[in-house]
Design a protein around this ligand. Structure first.
Ligand code: FES
Length: 403
């Protein structure tokens, strides 16, 4: 069965997001890529069954000829040819975690050029190669900007000052589907220019000099999705910033941050990591992230907690600074029970780990919620401290409250 996505006139507010931030790879005839459906801030795209007759396309994949229907993505054509795509990195599978054309993890070579298979329509005569090792990776970088409070992995004593403390690169594409996405202009951006790691590292190094800071961060979207790109990016950033004052900071949801990936990142120079732990219970995780596949949600959640423990046991605090984020809003946590349990679990790993409560405000598709008040966030802080944590900070509408 084929699906195409159409505008839901009842919901559409003509915000222009689907024309300026999201890049439609085939405006004249929908190829069912989903990027407008997943990224519309007003949930104003709906799937309808596409029963129009289709011709066949003849394509070549890794040297073999295949016949596939027209008006589908290259990713779908590959699936029809027997290739497997996953949303958690696995050996012998192609990795397609964002499915919105931002992360370029699903990139393959199409007619000689590296392109994201989830965001390109199949065409008659296409030559596709799935082996990309040795090719320079790309990723959409939404932008670079200076920051006065930093991210989850920024030490609290820096957040309390004035002026810029960090510069950050923001990369597109995320594997989660949070209705409260606090950075959705970045996450669903598929219209930006794809950059090589070298280009991105050079831009951020320039920003460091321009804003006279030593901290260089990467956030998103989810920075860890395209591992090859990220490793080359940090390697180049380190080469351009060899001085001991330079701090290389990664903010992440940690859901695909496996032990091997952590080791790789630290080896190329990462000094600060900020895992944003979405929840403790899988039901809460699913409610917040809209990952419907329970098995996948469990895998993501388990990987993120394991990442925190692995970093704490092997690298923190000597080699890496780690600050953990916990999102809070009444719609996620009607009471403080799970917050307290998360506090207990982190304190059991190491009570000295910095934990920051994040006040999730109305954003993206969850505009009907109310931003927690500073008083509510103080309650979050007290709850986490009662669980045994020693360095708790909370983000509030009036700034951060420190330990
Ligand atoms: S999965 Fe295709 S670009 Fe991210």
């Amino acid at each position: 069965m084929f699906i195409r996505y159409v505008r839901d006139r009842e919901r559409c507010v003509d915000c222009g997001f689907c024309e300026t931030v999201i890049h439609c790879p085939s405006p004249k005839c929908c190829i069912g890529c989903e990027s407008c459906f997943l990224g519309c801030p007003y949930d104003a795209r709906k799937p309808v069954s596409d029963t129009q007759p289709r011709d066949k396309c003849r394509i070549v994949i890794d040297g073999l000829e295949f016949e596939v229907p027209e008006r589908i993505t290259v990713k779908r054509a590959l699936e029809q040819a027997g290739y497997r795509f996953t949303r958690f990195p696995e050996k012998d599978a192609l990795f397609a975690p964002c499915n919105t054309g931002g992360c370029y993890s699903c990139s393959i070579i199409i007619n000689g050029e590296l392109k994201p298979s989830c965001h390109v329509g199949v065409e008659n005569g296409m030559i596709i190669e799935t082996a990309v090792e040795g090719r320079t990776p790309y990723r959409i970088v939404e932008g670079f900007s200076p920051h006065s409070v930093g991210g989850v992995g920024t030490p609290y004593w820096l957040k309390m000052g004035i002026g810029y403390i960090e510069v950050a690169a923001f990369v597109a594409g995320c594997n989660l589907r949070c209705g409260t996405c606090q950075n959705y202009h970045v996450t669903y951006n598929s219209s930006g220019l794809p950059l090589t790691p070298t280009e991105a590292a050079a831009n951020l190094t320039y920003m460091r000099k321009r804003f006279h800071v030593d901290r260089m961060a990467i956030s998103g979207g989810e920075a860890t999705l395209n591992h090859r790109w990220l490793l080359e990016y940090f390697r180049e950033l380190k080469r351009l910033n060899p001085d001991s004052r330079a701090r290389l900071h990664l903010d992440t949801n940690a859901t695909v941050l496996t032990r091997k990936r952590i080791d790789d990142l630290i080896e190329v120079g990462v000094t600060d990591i900020g895992p944003d732990l979405k929840a403790l219970r899988v039901e809460t995780f699913q409610k917040l992230t809209n990952i419907e596949d329970r098995e996948l949600a469990e895998k993501y959640l388990e990987t993120s907690w394991e990442a925190v423990k692995y970093i704490a046991d092997n690298y923190y605090p000597e080699k890496v600074f780690m600050g953990v984020g916990i999102p809070y809003n009444k719609f996620i946590h009607p009471n403080m029970d799970e917050i307290y349990e998360m506090g207990l679990k982190i304190a059991d790993i190491n009570p000295e780990i910095q934990v920051c409560g994040l006040d999730y405000r109305p954003e993206f598709r969850k505009r009907d919620i109310i931003q927690p008040t500073p008083e509510e966030m103080k309650k979050v802080k007290k709850t986490l401290e009662a669980a045994g944590l020693k360095k708790v900070i909370v983000q509030t509408s009036r700034g951060h409250i420190g330990p």
